[in-house]
Design a protein around this ligand. Structure first.
Ligand code: ADP
Length: 541
């Protein structure tokens, strides 16, 4: 027997409409790539999104067409992102930090029909345009007064494009399983792979993001999503902000701690989210200039493991609660979140901190399992580590145009992460499967070593890789970036680690580097680091 309730399709245009109807005067603030800043309301945003959808339809963009964006977090990007999906197209947020060859590959693979780009990316796209096989129109996201001279073909000025319409437009009532957005993984191994989100998956993901324990988002929240929209939809924050009535503060192309801090203070931000590297710079800036965080209460950190020292500094020195999140492009991206449950609430502060360093408990809508290499399920005992498997309504089923399932026989997606589950139901990533150091048949977690190493006050960043060892196969090499004006010798570093890690995990060598290579999503690029040290000989070998 079927239920007898309304079949109201779960569409992202409904999230936008909810913001417009229920919170019309809530503000959106945006820094602009062409310079200056801008402020308007949810009502204005929704109107402009409708105008943008009208304009695209007039230009010949049809349902199912891929609408690419190469843009920072701005009000224009948000309105266009809703417009592309809402009208039945597929908004494809392209990560401008990828290499040119990857950008060409991705846009051709997606068969993008139109590209909306920030004015800052015009020189880059002028070089790539001859190789972009399917793009018919280039829309530069500025007003006429800031339109550059350009060799791009079929160029459109965004403000004129949008403002030529009247906004008298109804969002189509699509099937909720219609494709809505496209995001490519950064391709740390092989070519980037496309993850094709649906309206339903993004809508359900938003409902979970809005739960009390998840990202602390509500009608009173003022959110600065530093995480870019091209990084898994800014972790779903713009959808959630519109749905909940939270003020959105968008930092445009600015990621420097000075600007971010100015925004925190001036716009009275209460919640923000980004990868650890952003916060590393911010904490240094706060300390050096003796600043505070204003009204900031919550910071969500994910994308890479969050070091204990970072959690402690935020909480003890600035009174800001750290939410350690785990996710990936394939999970829309949210998988687990570190807010305490009732069992953890009973623990001592030190023990709570231990739990916060883990990647959190699965959110409603995400199931997790740990399997060994033969596909056997491992117990959640805090010891057995294996492949982290996930399933749920916003987890990838197959990669875009791959033609094959990405799931195992039981319907689980293999995340490529190695993890364990503790007795409180908190998941802990010990490594990415390809980054674990295999020493004499045992596994050493590069993440654990890095987290300990950055606890040293003279260390700004640390990366650990396995390098060849004739007896043990691989041994850990610790690469550190020193804090400005500090020197940390190998002996000091090893003495610091002594007692904090198992003896046989002790790095065989410590080298100081000017900087560590990073991927387009802000993680330490272990692949590049391994390349850099591929001929490295450990002492005594
Ligand atoms: P990429 O395109 O680089 O794969 P993703 O954001 O999809 O970008 O990366 C997802 C991966 O990031 C996860 O599989 C995991 O290895 C890592 N990751 C994400 N959050 C965390 C975290 N809190 N701690 C450790 N690793 C994390």
């Amino acid at each position: 027997m079927l239920g007898q309730m309304q079949n109201w399709p779960l569409l992202v245009s409904k999230l936008l409409e909810s913001g417009e109807v229920n919170h019309p005067n809530r503000e959106v603030f945006s820094m602009l790539p062409e310079g200056g800043e801008f402020r308007y309301t949810f009502k204005d945003l929704a109107l402009r999104a409708r105008k943008c959808a009208q304009a695209m339809e007039r230009l010949g963009i049809e349902k199912g067409d891929r609408v690419a964006t190469l843009a920072w977090n701005t009000h224009r990007h948000v309105e266009l992102w809703f417009a592309g999906s809402g009208m039945g197209g597929v908004t494809h947020t392209v990560n401008p930090r990828l290499f040119p060859e990857q950008l060409i590959y991705i846009m051709n693979h997606a068969e993008d029909k139109i590209l909306f780009l920030d004015v800052t990316f015009v020189p880059l796209i002028e070089k790539l345009a001859p190789m972009l096989e399917t793009i018919e129109h280039y829309v530069i996201m500025v007003g006429r007064e800031h339109m550059p001279e350009t060799s791009l073909p079929n160029v459109i000025c965004y403000e004129e494009f949008v403002e030529a319409e009247d906004g008298n437009y109804e969002w189509p009532q699509l099937d909720e399983n219609t494709a809505c957005g496209l995001c490519y993984t950064s391709g740390t191994t092989g070519n980037p792979k496309g993850v094709l989100y649906s309206h339903r998956s993004n809508f359900l993901h938003t409902l979970t993001v809005l739960q009390k324990d998840v990202l602390s988002i509500g009608a009173h929240t003022v959110i600065l999503p530093v995480v870019p929209m091209f990084h898994a939809n800014a972790w779903g924050i713009p959808y959630a902000a519109l749905a909940a009535g939270s003020k959105l503060v968008l930092n445009g192309p600015h990621h420097d701690p000075e600007t971010l801090h100015m925004l925190l203070m001036r716009e009275k931000v209460t919640m923000t989210a980004a990868v650890p590297t952003v916060w590393m710079q911010m904490l240094r800036h706060l300390k050096e200039n003796d600043l505070n965080c204003g009204e900031l209460k919550d910071v969500t950190i994910g994308g890479s493991a969050v070091p204990r020292s970072m959690i402690q500094t935020f909480q003890d020195d600035y009174g800001v609660r750290v939410n350690h999140a785990w996710g990936m492009t394939e999970c829309s991206p949210l998988g687990s979140l570190g807010s305490e449950n009732s069992a953890v609430a009973e623990l001592s502060n030190e023990e709570k901190l231990d739990v916060q360093c883990k990647q959190g408990r699965p959110v409603l809508g995400v199931e997790m399992a740990i399997k060994d290499d033969d596909g056997n399920h491992l117990p959640w005992d805090g010891k057995s580590s294996g492949r982290l498997m996930v399933r749920g309504p916003w987890i990838v089923e197959s990669y875009y145009r791959s033609g094959e399932t990405a799931l195992d026989d039981e319907g689980w997606f293999d995340t490529g992460d190695v993890s364990l589950m503790d007795e409180y139901g908190f998941m802990q990533i010990t490594d990415r499967a390809k980054d674990v150091i295999k020493s004499g048949g045992e596994w050493i977690s590069s993440i654990d070593l890095e987290n300990e190493a950055v606890g040293h006050p003279g260390v700004a960043e640390a990366g650990v890789i396995g390098v060849y060892h004739p007896k043990w196969d691989e041994r850990p090499l610790l690469c550190i970036v020193e804090e400005d004006g500090q020197t940390v010798t190998k002996e000091e570093m090893l003495a610091y680690l002594d007692g904090k890690i198992a003896k046989w995990w002790m790095p065989d060598d410590v080298v100081t580097v000017e900087e560590l290579p990073h991927t387009a999503t802000g993680k330490i690029s272990k692949k590049d680091l391994r390349d850099q040290f591929k001929d490295y000989k450990l002492p005594g070998t």
